[in-house]
Each structure stands twice: as structure tokens, then as C-alpha cells.
Design a protein around this ligand. Structure first.
Ligand code: NDP
Ligand code: MG
Length: 384
């Protein structure tokens, strides 16, 4: 049966690669949505002919509505529009490629409507891990990881004997563009330097998160929720070549890893075809061309965001959501030239001292924590 896809964040790096797969596999695209990129989403809508299209930005949605008035495509706006796309009855699978915690509500809508979810939007799990996993369990919904490391772990866990046999997860990290540099060398880094990722071509926010290694901290939290493991069971290992996408170690010390060239089309496609595998447009891995694979311990003193996230998930409750929001704000302010590169970790760390103590949070609590965390980031950035 042809899959019918709802693609959230269709104009982004994950979204456009998802559309490449839809094109190649002949999947139907039922809905498309993004924030405000009217030109690209119009083009996508004309090619894939979805039933629904939504833009979070209301003015952009109005513009798009005018442009698509010669078609039967319905145009929606705002968070409600995104949620309508996520729960659209004509679709069976939702790919969430939205960036940031704006992806949380659409994920919850997709779960409510019992869609299969291919999740790239890691902030969904970092900010709302408890709400999302409880609701997915209640509705018997599968959340299939798209993030390459989590897809790798998921693949390594196929055929696992029992949860007890799993000793640890080895979460690999490229180390980003600043691997091996110390604080002194990083103090004058500009956004343009940080956008230069060695192995992956991604959206702006995650590229900066990779440079600060906040991305790996967020991924640690993502793994805790996806695989129901204790944070201490996750070892982060820097692997410069991004060929080993992650690994698991069992009680008998057997380590199983998943390898491949760094190309998101492999994990995106696997989330859609699981448990089957089909041909991929991605190049084959030739290990003899790669030659050497290297592994290092992360420098958590220079790249302090990893430990901030680890502390937050160990504290639990609203703390990971608070860390995520603080980072979203600090990441944005760095990209806008308002704070320095090292300020990101310093400010997020400072803001975490004021993280509210809410163990059993609701969606409203997450929104309130989000507001507070962003205000505090602005306050502490003024003092620099
Ligand atoms: P991009 O910045 O390339 O794309 C983000 C997409 O989300 C765009 O379609 C954008 O629309 C849309 N968007 C942005 N803000 C909002 C909002 N407030 N409401 C609704 N839609 C919004 O990001 P990526 O594709 O790189 O990343 C997407 C997610 O996938 C992130 O969570 C990231 O961490 C994760 N991920 C990405 C990987 C990658 O290789 N890119 C790898 C692993 C995970 P518009 O274009 O209109 O602004
Ligand atoms: Mg990743």
C-alpha cells in the first residue's frame, strides 16, 4: 500500500530530503507545512499536490492562499494549521522535520490521531518527553527515530534478546567544526565559522548546536526517552568521520554498530520502510576509501552543554524543557550576533540554576517554562 505522508517542516533540510524519498518511492504527499518560506512551499505544493498546506506565519499563509487559489489545495495557518496537517485523516505517516520546540504540539496531535511518526524534531522529546511517550503508549503509536544516531541505535536493537541484556548505548558525535579547540581559541568565533560543519549539511539551528555540542546533549535526552534507558547507560564518543552512526553494547560485551556514509536519506527512509529495507539513492559505503576511523572522549569542560543536558535529564521534570528553551534562545542570539559563541553554554548553565521544580508537568507548564527561560537568557546576555 502506498504510504500517505504529512511532512512538517517540508522546506527544511530534513523536509526536502523527505520529499526526495517520497518522489523516488512514489509515496503520496497528503500535507506539507513550514514556517514562512512561501516560494518553496508553493513549488512543493504544485509538484506533490497535497490536500492541505500550512504555514505557521499567518501573513505568509495568506500570501500562499492567494498564490494557490487556482488549485484545490486548502491553505491553513498558525499552530492550529500545523496540528491539522499532523492529524489529517487522509495521511497515515507524519514526518516531523520542524526545528525547535514548535514541533511539540504537532507531534502530540499526530499521536492523538494515531499516526505513525517519523521523528527528526528531537526538541519534541527533549521538551515533552514524558507527555509524548505516555501519550504514544496510550494510543499505541510508534515513534520511529530519524535522527541518524537514534536510527542507528534503533537498528542495532533489532533482534535484541531482552531489555536487561542491553549494557550501554554508545552515542557517537562528530565533534563539530571546533573539535580539539580550547576556550581561548573559541572566544572570538563568529556564526560563519560555526556554520562550517565537517560532515553534515543541516539547518542553521542544529549546525550551531553541533558546534557547541548541545546537539549531543539534546540527543542524550532524546535517547533516554526513545529507548527507555538511564542517562548513565549512554556513553558519548567523538567519532570524527561520522561513519559509525552509533552502537549498542550487550551484557556479553558484544558491540553492534550501524555504519554508512553521512546521509540523512538513509535514516529518513528506514523510518518510513521499517521493518523492511529498500534500495537507497545514497552512495554505498566503501570502507577502504574511508581508511581510518577515529574515536575520542568529548571535552566536556570546553563543550559544557553536554553536561548541562545530562544534569537536566537526571533532575527530570521540566528541567530538560527549560534547558532546551534556554538553548533555543541563546543559539538564536548567537546567530544574530548578539552574544559570543562561548556565551551560549555559559548563559544556558546560569539560566539552569533558575529552572522551576515541576516534576509532573503539563503542556502549559512547558510553555511557561519556555517563556521564562527565554527571558532569563535575554537578561543574562545583557550583563555580558
Ligand atoms: P531547517 O532549519 O533546515 O528546517 C526547519 C523547518 O521547520 C523548515 O521547514 C521551517 O520552515 C520549519 N519551521 C521553523 N520554525 C517553525 C515554526 N515555528 N513552526 C513551524 N515550522 C517551523 O532544520 P533541519 O531540517 O536541519 O532540522 C529539523 C529538525 O530535524 C531539527 O529538530 C533538527 O534537530 C533535526 N535533525 C536534523 C538533521 C539534519 O540533517 N538537518 C539531522 C538530525 C536531526 P521555513 O523554511 O518556512 O522557515
Ligand atoms: Mg543526530
Amino acid at each position: 500500500m502506498t504510504q500517505k505522508l504529512s511532512i512538517l517542516g517540508s522546506t527544511g533540510s530534513i523536509g526536502t530530503q523527505s520529499l526526495e524519498i517520497a518522489r523516488k518511492c512514489g509515496y503520496e504527499v497528503s500535507t506539507l507545512s513550514a514556517y514562512s518560506n512561501v516560494d518553496l512551499i508553493e513549488k512543493q505544493a504544485r509538484e506533490f499536490k497535497p490536500k492541505l498546506v500550512a504555514l505557521a506565519d499567518k501573513d505568509a499563509a495568506l500570501d500562499l492562499k492567494g498564490r494557490l487559489s487556482d488549485t484545490d489545495i486548502k491553505v491553513l495557518s498558525g499552530t492550529e494549521g500545523l496540528c491539522e496537517c499532523a492529524s489529517f485523516e487522509g495521511a497515515d505517516t507524519v514526518i516531523n522535520g520542524i526545528v525547535g520546540m514548535a514541533g511539540l504540539e504537532p507531534t502530540l496531535s499526530a499521536i492523538d490521531a494515531r499516526k505513525k511518526i517519523a521523528l527528526a524534531n528531537k526538541e519534541t522529546l527533549v521538551a515533552g518527553g514524558k507527555l509524548v511517550t505516555e501519550s504514544a503508549k496510550r494510543k499505541n503509536v510508534s515513534i520511529l527515530p530519524v535522527d541518524s544516531e537514534h536510527s542507528a541505535i534503533f537498528q542495532c536493537l533489532q533482534g535484541k534478546p531482552s531489555n536487561k541484556a542491553l549494557k550501554k548505548i554508545i552515542l557517537t558525535a562528530s565533534g563539530g567544526p571546533f573539535f580539539g579547540k580550547n576556550k581561548e581559541q573559541l572566544k572570538d568565533i563568529k556564526p560563519a565559522d560555526a556554520f562550517n560543519h565537517p560532515n553534515w549539511s543541516m539547518g542553521q539551528k542544529i549546525t550551531i548546536d553541533s558546534a557547541t555540542m548541545m546537539n549531543k546533549g539534546l540527543e542524550l535526552i532524546e535517547a533516554v526517552w526513545l529507548f527507555n534507558v538511564d542517562p548513565d547507560m549512554i556513553d558519548i564518543v567523538v567519532h570524527r568521520e561520522s561513519i559509525v552512526h552509533s552502537a549498542v553494547e550487550y551484557d556479553d560485551n558484544a558491540v553492534i554498530a550501524q555504519l554508512g556514509l553521512p546521509d540523512m536519506k538513509i535514516p529518513i527512509q528506514y523510518a518510513l520502510t521499517y521493518p523492511e529495507r529498500i534500495e537507497s539513492p545514497t552512495e554505498e559505503l566503501d570502507l577502504t576509501k574511508i581508511g581510518n576511523l577515529s574515536f575520542y572522549k568529548p571535552d566536556t569542560d570546553t563543550f559544557k552543554c553536554i553536561d548541562i543536558c545530562k544534569k537536566a535529564i537526571k533532575k527530570g521534570g521540566i528541567a530538560p524543557a527549560f534547558a532546551n528553551s534556554a538553548n533555543e534562545q541563546a543559539n538564536l542570539m548567537f546567530r544574530n550576533g548578539q552574544i559570543g559563541f562561548l556565551d551560549i553554554g555559559d548563559i544556558v548553565e546560569r539560566v539552569m540554576q533558575e529552572s522551576p521544580d515541576i516534576a509532573d508537568y503539563t503542556l502549559d507548564d512547558i510553555h511557561e517554562a519556555d517563556k521564562l527561560a527565554r527571558e532569563l537568557v535575554k537578561k543574562y546576555s545583557e550583563k555580558r
